[in-house]
Design a protein around this ligand. Structure first.
Ligand SMILES: N[C@@H](CCC(=O)N[C@@H](CS)C(=O)NCC(=O)O)C(=O)O
Length: 217
């Protein structure tokens, strides 16, 4: 049995979409982020980073979004959310997932929370502007990597990478140039968004998509 600790619109979107794709029964434990429940000792006992999400699987506790998602993919190979170990495509899967977690997520943190790095408002503004510029270059790398013909990030087969990309794309809706302004990203994320499992995740989290995305809204 799985237990997912989550809050709406956070990084918990990805593991919840994975659980929905897999079709495994799970308990969803909602955290009150405004009340900083994720910062309380009860939650920090599970996840010492105090960040969301966390997964508990038969008493085994795991945190870090990408790790949770890959763990679930490994336990449910029948869902075919990751290429088999040993294939070149598995290497590509690692590449994009790592790029999104190590580079884009860091850029988003700098853009959303420059106060986590600098207390000086001038330095915060400079970091935010620099992060935005960096993110646009990161979006270009992703878009070029997908190319004009692929249906999904890994080519013809849907994978965890697409779920992750869709989550980051939703976060980008606050930027002057959201990720869907890159045509290949838009095509892939559009295909992910319409999947019933992704729709169930959005509905269960009680969140909409990106109101300012004309193609989807
Ligand atoms: N590296 C972590 C980051 C997770 C993360 O930053 N979660 C955010 C929500 S999207 C969070 O917990 N924010 C609350 C806070 O830091 O106070 C992961 O990928 O799981």
């Amino acid at each position: 049995m799985y237990k997912l600790y989550w809050a709406p619109g956070t990084a918990a979107m990805a593991p919840q979409a994975v659980l929905e794709e897999i079709g495994a029964p799970y308990e969803a434990v909602k955290l009150d982020i405004a009340a900083r429940e994720h910062d309380q000792p009860a939650y920090r006992t599970l996840n010492p980073t105090g960040r969301i999400p966390t997964l508990v699987h038969d008493g085994f506790v795991i945190f870090e979004t990408a790790a949770i998602c890959q763990y679930l993919c490994d336990l449910h190979p029948e869902a075919q959310l990751a290429p088999p170990v040993g294939m070149q495509l598995r290497g590509r899967h690692y590449q994009w997932l790592t790029y999104m977690t190590n580079t884009l997520q860091v850029g988003f943190i700098d853009w959303f929370h420059p106060d986590w790095t600098f207390s000086d408002p001038v330095a915060q503004a400079a970091l935010k502007a620099q992060a935005e510029d960096r993110l646009y270059r990161n979006f270009q790398v992703l878009d070029d990597g997908i190319g004009p013909t692929a249906s999904y990030m890994l080519g013809s087969s849907f994978s965890l990478c697409d779920i992750y990309l869709a989550m980051l794309t939703r976060w980008s809706r606050f930027l002057a140039r959201p990720m869907w302004q890159w045509a290949n990203i838009e095509r892939v994320v559009g295909a992910t968004y319409t999947r019933p499992a992704f729709q169930r995740m959005l509905q269960k989290q009680g969140i909409g998509w990106a109101e300012n995305w004309p193609a989807i809204g």
